[in-house]
Design a protein. Structure first.
Length: 176
């Protein structure tokens, strides 16, 4: 037997020494847990990382949804302009009818007949022109309100679209 620091240790089999070491380890771990300075400085740092990553993913997702919505609404306005130009060329039967004022009247009538939908606010006919090759050009503008961006931009975003179509003056297949 040997006396070390007030404890009796049996050297031959070491049972008391092992028990003493276990007791000391438990006491030290409790002391470290009670003392915030002595605890591991990296402990608990994963929660802010997870919250930050979730916030970043939410931001990226909302920007993606907003950009996609704006793109789809702009493409829809482009489709309306193309359909309007095509309708004007189908309404004009002869090249003599292909004038700027007649095209403007047809375009205005088409726009009042066809409701572009709820995607647009204040759809305006900016310009209608007929060129020398009997091509009709329609310029539309409207205000769109993409999802999630209407909070940041309450008035919406102004977009324009250009549609064109050519009046077919002869019968048969096109040579274009």
């Amino acid at each position: 037997m040997r006396r070390v620091g007030g404890l009796v240790m049996l050297i031959p089999n070491g049972l008391l020494a092992r028990a003493n070491m276990k007791i000391r380890a438990r006491v030290q771990s409790r002391a470290l847990a009670a003392d915030p300075i002595a605890s591991d400085p990296e402990e608990g740092s994963i929660a802010p990382l997870i919250v930050g990553m979730l916030a970043l993913l939410l931001l990226i997702g909302s920007v993606t949804v907003a950009i996609t919505g704006a793109y789809l609404q702009t493409q829809h306005l482009q489709d309306v302009a193309d359909a309007q130009a095509n309708s004007i060329t189908r309404t004009m039967r002869t090249p003599d009818e292909a004038s700027g004022s007649a095209a403007w009247e047809y375009a205005s009538a088409y726009l009042t007949e066809v409701q572009p939908g709820q995607d647009f606010h204040a759809v305006r006919l900016e310009n209608v022109s007929v060129d020398s090759d009997h091509g009709v050009h329609v310029y539309l503008s409207a205000r769109i309100r993409p999802p999630l961006l209407s909070i940041l931009v309450p008035d919406g975003i102004e977009v324009t679209a250009h549609g064109s179509s050519r009046l077919k003056t002869s019968q048969g297949p096109s040579t274009d």
